[in-house]
Design a protein around this ligand. Structure first.
Ligand SMILES: CC(C)(COP(=O)(O)OP(=O)(O)OC[C@H]1O[C@@H](n2cnc3c(N)ncnc32)[C@H](O)[C@@H]1OP(=O)(O)O)[C@@H](O)C(=O)NCCC(=O)NCCS
Length: 347
């Protein structure tokens, strides 16, 4: 059985930089509040009409494919992770296949929010291990700027997120490559960080009403005028509850990956945590006793780019020469679901 390796990596962030002070024109907030609670100084927003989640992904994918020394024609499977797709359906995978003029290969969409990239990487890893595919394109991409509530009502969420994309090409290797991946979920708190509508939940899961449907007997219930009027079409988040769970589950899943491979935190050259909040990364670093140079953070410049944050951070770290051959790298994520995951790899 083969192992898989990252043979090429790429990233793309939109040109438009939005500072914390720029957000003041939409909502009541401050640079001080945002930096103190999250570490974020600025984020990127995609062009309103010329860029989509898929087109950001295409740009990152082109770089990854180039660096792997192959062409789009060589890709034999696409895995696209996002929570902000161009269409409700079909997913971004097929749109990317079309945009990159690829062969009639399989395209899978992964909907695991902040853990999406590691889930996608893990799926790709299994296909390489079984010998089914030889060049798998794994993408994480988000265009959050299109859908968030930029009024003061939505400020606890909208200041955190940014747009961007990252991609890798997975190929078989005889070297160690991806050592293991670890995937988890706990749906008990699914509503704590979620966008409920449009959806078919019909207020089934909660005592609290999550949507106001109009009076239709069938159909026309996905979206109603009342949902728009009552701002029910935006994401919801209980920030402190997410924070608490994240600082438990991140270290747990990192230790799980290390233990599986008989390794210790001090063996790590670099930990790339999903960029949720700088305070969360710092709490993980402290719990694991890692040095500053063992943890990579770039949330200050991009905000939380959800499924894109890990491949963007991995790509930047690699471009800056912080990742060398044989280095032990851990990727770790936590997010809506809740879902959390890790991947340990030898570069
Ligand atoms: C969102 C988060 C930064 C909020 O920080 P917090 O210290 O928990 O703040 P709270 O939500 O308790 O709100 C504190 C106050 O700040 C206010 N506030 C919220 N957002 C604000 C903003 N952007 N600007 C100014 N004030 C804001 C709140 O209204 C509240 O005011 P009040 O005390 O008068 O009611 C923090 O909880 C967090 O990062 N959680 C994890 C979120 C996350 O990582 N999500 C992605 C998961 S992958």
């Amino acid at each position: 059985m083969h192992r898989s390796k990252i043979a090429g990596i790429g990233m793309y962030v939109p040109q438009h930089v939005v500072t914390n002070n720029d957000l003041l024109k939409y909502m009541d907030t401050s640079d001080e509040w945002i930096q103190e609670r999250t570490g974020i100084k600025e984020r990127r927003f995609a062009h309103r009409t010329e860029e989509t989640t898929t087109t950001l992904g295409v740009k990152a994918a082109k770089t990854a494919i180039n660096r792997a020394g192959i062409t789009p024609n060589d890709i034999d499977f696409i895995i696209f992770a996002t929570l902000s797709p161009d269409y409700y359906f079909p997913g971004c995978g097929v749109l990317l296949q079309r945009a990159m003029k690829m062969k009639e290969i399989g395209a899978l969409d992964v909907r695991n929010q902040c853990s999406g990239f590691i889930y996608a990487l893990s799926v790709g890893d299994q296909f390489i291990k079984t010998g089914m595919y030889k060049n798998i394109l794994v993408i994480g991409s988000e265009k959050h700027s299109f859908g968030l509530d930029f009024s003061t009502r939505g400020r606890n969420i909208s200041v955190i997120f940014g747009d961007g994309a990252g991609a890798v090409v997975l190929q078989p290797t005889d070297k160690p490559g991806i050592l293991s991946t670890h995937l988890h979920s706990d749906g008990e708190s699914a509503e704590i960080l979620a966008m409920y509508n449009p959806g078919t939940h019909a207020n089934h899961w909660t005592e609290q009403k999550l949507a106001d449907f109009d009076d239709a007997e069938a159909g026309e219930m996905f979206m109603s005028h009342t949902m728009i009027d009552k701002a029910q079409l935006f994401p919801n988040m209980d920030g402190p509850a997410v924070f608490k769970k994240a600082i438990d589950k991140f270290p747990e899943v990192i230790i799980e990956a290390l233990k599986t491979n008989n390794l210790q935190p001090f063996d790590l050259q670099l930990l790339i945590p999903h960029q949720a909040n700088l305070r969360i990364s710092q709490a993980i670093q402290k719990k694991l006793g890692l040095r500053d140079d063992q943890v990579y953070n770039n949330i200050q410049r991009y905000g939380n780019t959800t499924a894109a944050s890990i491949p963007i951070a991995l790509c930047e770290a690699w471009e800056q020469g912080k990742i060398k051959d044989d280095d032990l790298i851990c990727l770790a994520a936590f997010g809506s679901g809740f879902t959390w995951a890790s991947a340990l790899l030898r570069w």
